[in-house]
Design a protein around this ligand. Structure first.
Ligand code: CA
Length: 226
């Protein structure tokens, strides 16, 4: 797996990096929250190991921002012992799993491997072929007739969220909250605008969408209406 490690304690960061590297993973390690968000949005990772207490941007905010852009990317939170009050527990719940410091190498590897297995099944949408186009979500690009069009992290997030809930209609408010990380009725127009831009990239005829379908009065759906 490609794994992002965000941990400000240098010795622990190096230790985790060496451990995961030794387990066969490709590891990118950074030392603060801002760098964590930049790395996590700039590349595709199959897992993020994220410390809760970080300089510049705390782990929860990093988690929220990464979740918004990449809803399916597993996040393993590292927490300090004694920090499990109600507030922290609520925050940890935004992550897929957590490990309390100090942890053993064996414990961390076990959690990483478990999340990796889950990621493989949840993130089965790596590419979509439709109407002569290949939408490569891992590489964040749409290829059609030799042309390459780049997708933004948010656009990949929209596609993944719709796909993961393809058995139902997804409302604008849900996309706004889950993918954009925002709330508010007035902002739902931002979702429509983002969908319009995304359709121009992925649909042969954006006026007659076949991949991202509009459901009147309800929202959007993944190919539901076909
Ligand atoms: Ca820390």
């Amino acid at each position: 797996m490609r794994i992002l490690v965000v941990e400000d304690e240098a010795s622990l960061r190096e230790g985790i990096r060496d451990l995961l590297h030794g387990d066969g993973h490709t590891v990118t390690a950074v030392g603060d929250g801002v760098a964590g968000v930049e790395a996590g949005l700039g590349e595709v990772f199959e897992l993020v190991v994220l410390d809760l207490m970080l300089p510049r941007l705390d782990g929860m905010e990093v988690c929220r921002r990464l979740r918004a852009a990449r809803p399916g990317m597993p996040i393993l939170m590292l927490t300090a012992r004694g920090s499990e009050d109600d507030k922290v527990r609520g925050l940890i719940e935004g992550a897929d799993d957590y490990v309390t410091k100090p942890f053993s190498a064996r414990e961390l590897l076990a959690r990483v491997r478990a999340l990796g297995r889950r990621a493989v099944s949840a993130e089965s949408l790596d590419e979509v072929q439709i109407d002569g186009a290949l939408i490569d979500l891992a590489r964040m690009v749409v290829m059609r007739d030799g042309d390459h069009v780049a997708l933004t992290p948010r656009e990949v997030g929209i596609l993944r969220w719709l796909y993961q809930h393809k058995d139902r209609v997804v409302s604008r408010a849900e996309l706004l909250e889950q993918v954009f990380g925002q709330r508010g009725d007035l902002q739902t127009r931002a979702v429509d605008m983002a969908i319009a831009v995304l359709r121009k990239k992925v649909e042969v005829d954006p006026a007659k969408p076949r991949l991202i379908v509009s459901v009147k009065g309800a929202g959007y759906a993944w190919k539901l209406a076909r």
